[in-house]
Design a protein around this ligand. Structure first.
Ligand SMILES: Cc1ncc(COP(=O)(O)O)c(C=O)c1O
Length: 787
C-alpha cells in the first residue's frame, strides 16, 4: 500500500500551546516593526496567539499573529508564501495579505520572558462574519462555500514550497486513523461503525490516492474559517486560517469541505451534490476524482472522529467542545456510511454534467442478448429479472444500478466477498511468482499441511485441483485404481460436478435413460418426503441399507463398487444432513464391497454447519477420501482431494499426477489466507450464532406461513420445503419460484434446490451475521405473505 504515513501521531500534534506574550509588549512590538499603533483585542486561536489591532493613524485593521514556541519556521514560511502567491496570482480572492515590516520582512522574531522565541506576523483584517454564525446554512451558502474553496484551490495552483508536505494530522492522504497508535484510542462505537470502511480504505481507496492530480490545497474549508458578508447573507467574502495547507490531491480540498459541512450544514446527499456542482463549475473535476470523492469524504469524517477520540483520551483536560462536537461527527459518519456509494458517485457525476448511464433495463436486456449469443443456450440465469452484479463486499453484493442485495446464497464467497486479507494475499503472490507444482515452493507444501491438519490424522495427503468437479473426478479415479472396480454409487438427484465422469455421477442433471452401467443410486435420507419419515426408529440405518441394494445392482451388471460418493449435506436433494448411523453404515458397506467412501464436502465443509469444520465429523467415521471445493478459496478456484498415505501410495504406484493450475503458489496463498481468516476472525462462532437466529426464526415462519412445511438445516445451510398442501406434500414449485423472485426484488439473494426445485435454499457466506439473519427473516416473512 502506498500510504505516506510519514510518522506516527503524537498527542503534541493536536494540542498546542499558544504563546502568552503580554498585550502591552505586543502593542509596542507592532508599533516598532510595522508602525501600527492601536489597542490589541485578543482573538481566538488554538495554535497562534492572535489579536485584532486597529491602526489609529489610518483606521486600517490588522491581525497580529504570534506563533507558538517551537513552531516550525518552514510551516510559517509556507503560509506566508501561499498568501504572497495568492496576492500575485489571484488578486481578487479575499484572503489576508501579508504586511511586510518596516525592515521589509514578512515576519519578525520576538523573545518571550521565558527565553522562547516566537514569530510575529501582521496580516490584513478581512471584514465579515464567520459562516458558522448568523442565519442557518442553506443551499446557497453551501454552494457559495464550495465555489469559494474551488477559487482558492485554483489560486493556489502552481505554488511550490519545500514545506508543502509537512506533517498535518488532518491531512487525510496520510490516513492516520489506520495507525494502531490512533486506532487504540478510537471508541468502540466508532470502531464497529468503520470496520468495513477501514478495510475498503486500505484495499481500494488509498492505493489510488498518489495518482490523483495534486497541488497545494487549503484543506480547511469549513464554516469557522469561511466568512460571510453579514449574519443574514450567503455571500462568502473571505477565508482565514491557512495552517492545514498541504500538498495533496486537489479533490481532497473538496472532500474536506463536503465533510465539514456534513456536520455543520444539516447535511444531506442533496447538499453535497449541490456543493460538488458548485465546485465543478469553477474547477472541473476529473472522472477519477469523482470516483474517489465520496470515499475521501468518509475518510475525512472518520479521521475527524478518530482525532477527536485520540485527543479526548490522550490529554489530561480535553477542551469541552471536543466531547460536545463528537456526536455530530458520529452522526454525519453514520449517515454518509449508510449511503450507497454507487448512487453517490452517480449523483456526483450527474452534478458535473457527465452523461448518465443508459437506463439499466436497456443495459441488462442487451447484455442478455449478447450473453446468449456468446455463451450459447446451455447457460441459465437466476430470476425473472436477472441480477447484473458488479461488485461485492462482505455479505453484500451490488448491481449495476448501485442497488445492494444481502447475499443469502453464495457459499463460495465463504469469508465474505472480496475479503481484504484474501485479496491482498492473492495480489501479493500474483505479483511475486505463479508457477505449478513441478518446482519446489513453500506455499503449496504449507497449504497442504495446514489443510490436512484440520482432518482426522489418517487423512494426511492432499492433491490440489481447481474445482469440486476435478476433485470428485480425481477421487473417483483414485477409488477405481485402488479398488480395481468401476462402479460408483451416488444418491438420486445428486450433484457432484460437470466432467464426463462426474457429470454422469450427477444424477440430478443427467438424463436417466443415458445413465451408464457403472452408476447406481440410493434414495436420499429424506425424512420429510422419502419412504421413511421423521420419527421412524433407526431412520438412518433404514435409509443406509439402500446401499446394499445399489451394490447388488452393480454386481448384476458385472460392476464392482469402486466408490460411494456422498454429498454430506445432500444439497441437491433439498438440504438433508444424514441421520444418525447413516454414514457409519454406508461407509462400512462400501468398504465391505471393496470400494472407498468419498465424502464430498464441497457444500458442507469449512464450518458451513457450524459445530464441525467437516460435516462427516458428526458421524463416527473417517472417509477414505474427502473432496473440497467452492468455499475453499473465497471465490478463487481451488479444489482439493484429501486421502490417506496408503491410498495415495496405491494410486501413485500406477499414476503420477499433474495439474497445471492446481496447487499453484497463488492459489495456495489464497487457500491459506482463507484458513487465516477462519482461524482469526471467529467465523465458526459467527456461523453458530447466526445459525441459531435462523433456526428459531425459520421455525416461527414455518408456524406462521402454511407454505413452509419443513425447515431443515444447521449453521448457515437451511432448506425450506415449500408445499401446496401439508397432507399431500405437493411441491409448491411456482410459489417457491415466486418467493425467490419477491426476495430478489426486496434485496435478498436466495436459491432453490431439491428434486422438485421447491426447496428455498439459504446458504450465505460464512460471515453472514446474526443481524443479517434477522434482516433475512423479515424479508422472508414479507415474501411468504405475498407468494
Ligand atoms: C456437492 C458438490 N460437489 C461438487 C460440486 C462441483 O463443484 P464445481 O462446480 O467447483 O466443479 C458441486 C457444485 O455445485 C457440489 O454441490
Amino acid at each position: 500500500m502506498n500510504v505516506d504515513v510519514g510518522r506516527p501521531l503524537s498527542a503534541a500534534d493536536l494540542n498546542f500551546n499558544p504563546a502568552r506574550i503580554p498585550l502591552g509588549r505586543l502593542a509596542y512590538f507592532a508599533r516598532e516593526h510595522w508602525g501600527v499603533e492601536g489597542e490589541l483585542t485578543p482573538l481566538d486561536g488554538e495554535r497562534d496567539q492572535n489579536h485584532r489591532v486597529k491602526n489609529a493613524a489610518d483606521g486600517a485593521t490588522y491581525v497580529l499573529k504570534v506563533s507558538a514556541a517551537g513552531e516550525s519556521e518552514g510551516a510559517v514560511d509556507f503560509q506566508v508564501a501561499a498568501l504572497r502567491h495568492l496576492e500575485r496570482h489571484a488578486p481578487d480572492l479575499p484572503v489576508p495579505r501579508i504586511i511586510a515590516s518596516r525592515a521589509g520582512n514578512d515576519l519578525e522574531w520576538i523573545d518571550a520572558a521565558d527565553g522562547a522565541r516566537h514569530m510575529v506576523r501582521l496580516l490584513s483584517w478581512i471584514p465579515g462574519t464567520l459562516l458558522s454564525r448568523g442565519k442557518p446554512l442553506e443551499l446557497t451558502a453551501l454552494r457559495n462555500a464550495a465555489a469559494f474553496q474551488a477559487r482558492l484551490a485554483h489560486g493556489l495552483r502552481g505554488l511550490f514550497h519545500p514545506h508543502a508536505r509537512h506533517f498535518v494530522a488532518w491531512d487525510i492522504q496520510r490516513a492516520l486513523l489506520l495507525e494502531p497508535g490512533v486506532q487504540a484510542w478510537v471508541a468502540d462505537d466508532a470502531k464497529t461503525l468503520c470496520a468495513d470502511f477501514n478495510a475498503r480504505l486500505q484495499r481500494e481507496v488509498l492505493p489510488r490516492v498518489p495518482a490523483l492530480r495534486a497541488q497545494v490545497v487549503h484543506g480547511d474549508g469549513h464554516a469557522d474559517n469561511l466568512l460571510r458578508a453579514g449574519p443574514d447573507t450567503d455571500e462568502i467574502v473571505g477565508v482565514i486560517d491557512f495552517g492545514d495547507m498541504v500538498h495533496a490531491p486537489l479533490v481532497q480540498d473538496l472532500a474536506v469541505t463536503l465533510a465539514s459541512f456534513a456536520r455543520h450544514g444539516g447535511m444531506s446527499l442533496d447538499n453535497a451534490v449541490a456543493q460538488v456542482e458548485a465546485w465543478n463549475a469553477v474547477l472541473p473535476l476529473t472522472d477519477d476524482e469523482l470516483e474517489i470523492l465520496h470515499d475521501l469524504v468518509l475518510l475525512r469524517i472518520a479521521t475527524a472522529r478518530s482525532l477527536y477520540d485520540f485527543r479526548i483520551r490522550t490529554v489530561e483536560q480535553p477542551p469541552a467542545w471536543l466531547t460536545e462536537e463528537r456526536p455530530s461527527i458520529v452522526r454525519a459518519l453514520s449517515k454518509f456510511l449508510a449511503l450507497d456509494r454507487v448512487e453517490v458517485h452517480e449523483r456526483y457525476r450527474a452534478a458535473c454534467g457527465r452523461v448518465g448511464r443508459a437506463p439499466a433495463h436497456v443495459d441488462v436486456a442487451r447484455l442478455r442478448e449478447r450473453r446468449e449469443r456468446a455463451l450459447g443456450p446451455s447457460y441459465r440465469l437466476f430470476y425473472d429479472r436477472p441480477v447484473h452484479l458488479v461488485r461485492g463486499e462482505g455479505t453484500w453484493v451490488y448491481d449495476a444500478d448501485g442497488r445492494r442485495y444481502l447475499d443469502c446464497y453464495n457459499n463460495v464467497a465463504s469469508v465474505g466477498h472480496c475479503h481484504p486479507h484474501v485479496v491482498a494475499a492473492l495480489a501479493r503472490q500474483a505479483a511475486t511468482l505463479n508457477t505449478h507444482t513441478r518446482y519446489l515452493h513453500d506455499n503449496v507444501v504449507r497449504y497442504a499441511e495446514r489443510l490436512t491438519a484440520t482432518m482426522p490424522e489418517e487423512l494426511r495427503v492432499c492433491y490440489l485441483v481447481c474445482t469440486g468437479t476435478e476433485a470428485n473426478d480425481l477421487a473417483i479415479r483414485i477409488a477405481r485404481v485402488v479398488s480395481g472396480h468401476e462402479g460408483v454409487i451416488v444418491s438420486d438427484d445428486s450433484y457432484h460436478g460437470n466432467s464426463t465422469v462426474v457429470g454422469a455421477a450427477s444424477t440430478c442433471m443427467y438424463p436417466k435413460s443415458e445413465q451408464p452401467a457403472w452408476i447406481a443410486t440410493v434414495p436420499p435420507p429424506d425424512g420429510y418426503r422419502g419412504e421413511h419419515r421423521y420419527g421412524t426408529p433407526d431412520i438412518g440405518t433404514k435409509y443406509a441399507a439402500h446401499i446394499d441394494t445399489a451394490i447388488a445392482r452393480l454386481r448384476e451388471r458385472n460392476q464392482g463398487a469402486a466408490a460411494w460418493l456422498c454429498d454430506i449435506i445432500f444439497d441437491s436433494n433439498g438440504t438433508i444432513l444424514p441421520p444418525a448411523g447413516y454414514l457409519e453404515y454406508t461407509a462400512r458397506a462400501i468398504r465391505a464391497a471393496g470400494g472407498l467412501f468419498i465424502a464430498d464436502e464441497v457444500q458442507s465443509g469449512f464450518y458451513r454447519t457450524g459445530d464441525e469444520m467437516w460435516a462427516f465429523r458428526y458421524a463416527d467415521v473417517v472417509p477414505d477420501i474427502v473432496t473440497l471445493g467452492k468455499p475453499i478459496g473465497d471465490g478463487h478456484p481451488i479444489g482439493a482431494v484429501i486421502t490417506t498415505p496408503a491410498i495415495a501410495a496405491k494410486f501413485a504406484a500406477k499414476f503420477s499426477y499433474f495439474n497445471t493450475f492446481g496447487g499453484n503458489p497463488v492459489s495456495a496463498a489464497v487457500g491459506m489466507a482463507v484458513l487465516d481468516v477462519l482461524e482469526r476472525e471467529g467465523v465458526q462462532q459467527n456461523v453458530i450464532a447466526a445459525g441459531k437466529v435462523l433456526e428459531s426464526g425459520l421455525a416461527k415462519l414455518a408456524a406462521k406461513h402454511p407454505l413452509v412445511a419443513d425447515v431443515r438445516g444447521k449453521g448457515l445451510f437451511w432448506g425450506l420445503e415449500i408445499v401446496r398442501d401439508h397432507a399431500t406434500r405437493a411441491p409448491a414449485v411456482e410459489e417457491a419460484d415466486r418467493i425467490m423472485n419477491l426476495l430478489r426484488e426486496d434485496g435478498f439473494l436466495l436459491g432453490r434446490t431439491g428434486a422438485f426445485n421447491n426447496v428455498v435454499k439459504i446458504r450465505p457466506p460464512l460471515v453472514f451475521t446474526p443481524d443479517n439473519a434477522r434482516m433475512l427473516l423479515e424479508g422472508l416473512d414479507r415474501a411468504l405473505a405475498r407468494a
